[in-house]
Design a protein. Sequence first.
Length: 280
Amino acid sequence: MKNYYDILGVSEDASNDQIKKAFKSIAKKEHPDRGGNEKVFKEANEAYDTLKDTKKRHEYDTVRKYGQSMGGQGGNFHFTSEDFFGDNIFENFFSGFGGPNVRTRFRQRQRANKSVNVRMAISIKEAMNSMEKTINYRLPSGKEEFATVKIPAGIQHGVTFKYKGMGDNSLKSIPRGDLLVQMSVLDSDGYTRDGNDLHTNKTIDCFQAIRGCVIELKTLTDSTIKVQVPAGTQPDTLIACKGQGMPIHKTLNIRGNLYVKIIVLIPQLSAGDLKKIKDL
């Protein structure tokens, strides 16, 4: 059983005025609307609601002392916020930072329309440029709604956009919930993403690897770049192409790098091929 006296920081023979003063001190510090600890506030509320009432306090003290219930009440002393908010001390005390609306806001915290979660998938090629996309989603009521999502270039996988007041509206007397759109950025066109860098593979034959060569790559912006492969390149070598990766969100003039992994194809060699190798 919780020790309500310890929660309020008073002795077991504390007067009603001492109990009220202790609660007011905790409530001022821990009220959720002032950035306090909601759990601490609720426990103090529960303790005060019991100890301020002579009958409830007597039953609570008796149960603590003898470990048995009285009058069919049992050992559960849990009281709702409705009991608490009916007490004028609350509205009088908190009138300095919210007035009577404090009670309404706390109730809305308990009864709130839910957020609606939607996942949107785009390719890394699409993520190279900013765009707008319209999505349709369903509310818990089954009603279909639409929203336009503005997606900045370089958007990262897992980013969530919050659209206030576009979610559940089942409870008409309080504000709507929010719409939360989580982005999935998928690999595409032979490219994978690692943060702001891109990775792709390019296959060359062993002769190109030995002699060196220039290969052409089509990038995700549909441009073509030339990549120099040095002579003697080994299989699985990574060649960095600086500034050819993803645009970095909020700093679009800076881009990540592109890393090209060289796959060296070893062919089945004929007698003629072996002679060519000897002649190198």
